[in-house]
Design a protein around this ligand. Structure first.
Ligand SMILES: Nc1ncnc2c1ncn2[C@@H]1O[C@H](COP(=O)(O)OP(=O)(O)OP(=O)(O)O)[C@@H](O)[C@H]1O
Ligand SMILES: [Mg+2]
Length: 237
């Protein structure tokens, strides 16, 4: 386990972040000037009704999508001036993703799915190192006895635990999870949150996750409430 490092350092800054989608003649203002800071080691949830801009904001923070206006800095780096290639490299190095629908590759085993991010990109990880990391994560998400299974042979909760292990295998500073519990029952949803919280506490990994579920957003120590593309309220505990 890594020690918690650089606590309270700002990892994400949004300044007047805007996103407008053009739909034929109509402009949809999905984000209308968001300002916020996320600190290293934060456990942050994004709450808000459907269409409030949660996915749009998280995709921009995850460098999957670009804003129409405003600035986004990650690790103090202003990302607006980066090329696509630089964004991709930066994203691979700093950010892990977890999706609502798990997005595991169906033909790969649990072990291979978790290992996958270490086999792509410029940085090569040795076979021995990959094995060590995957084994440690299999233990962490309690799926050691499922390593040779295919995703279709797992429950939803187990698939999401594989997805979390896959997101963590590159040791990202920031994990972004868009509704990671939406396809799970409440018991499995809580278990996923507990797992994320444990990694957050032990490794200091910063988490940003969205949810519709008050029981889930209450488990965060920093809650962002979005409404109509604006940050309506922020709560810190
Ligand atoms: N690719 C797109 N093209 C046009 N409009 C879009 C696009 N993506 C999102 N929008 C619009 O932007 C707004 C914000 O959408 P977003 O998906 O960020 O909401 P959300 O809070 O994640 O909602 P949900 O809880 O349903 O996932 C909505 O009005 C949506 O219709
Ligand atoms: Mg969404």
């Amino acid at each position: 386990m890594k020690l918690k490092e650089n606590m309270n350092e700002v990892i994400v800054t949004l300044n007047d972040l805007r996103k407008t989608y053009q739909m034929g003649q109509v402009q949809v203002e999905a984000l209308r000037g968001i300002n916020l800071e996320i600190k290293s080691g934060d456990f942050v949830s994004v709450a808000g009704p459907s269409g409030s801009g949660k996915t749009t904001m998280m995709n921009i923070i995850g460098l999957i999508d670009r804003p129409s206006g405003g600035r986004i800095c990650i690790e103090g780096k202003e990302t607006g001036s980066l090329s696509r290639r630089e964004l991709t490299r930066f994203r691979r190095e700093y950010i892990g993703f977890v999706f609502q629908s798990f997005n595991l590759l169906p033909v790969l085993t649990v072990f291979e799915n978790i290992e996958l991010p270490l086999t792509i990109g410029a940085k090569k990880t040795s076979r021995a190192e990959r094995k060590d990391r995957v084994e440690a994560l299999l233990k962490e998400v309690d799926l050691q006895d499922r390593r040779r299974h295919l995703p279709a042979e797992l429950s939803g909760g187990q698939q999401q635990r594989v997805a979390i292990a896959r997101a963590l295998v590159t040791r990202p500073r920031l994990v972004i999870a868009d509704e990671p519990t939406a396809n799970l029952d409440s018991e499995n949803g809580s278990r996923i949150l507990e797992l994320m919280k444990t990694v957050n506490k032990e490794d200091g990994t910063t988490f940003l996750f969205s949810t519709h579920d008050p029981g889930i957003w209450k488990m965060a120590d920093h809650i962002l409430f979005l409404r109509d593309g604006a940050l309506e309220k922020e709560e810190r505990r």
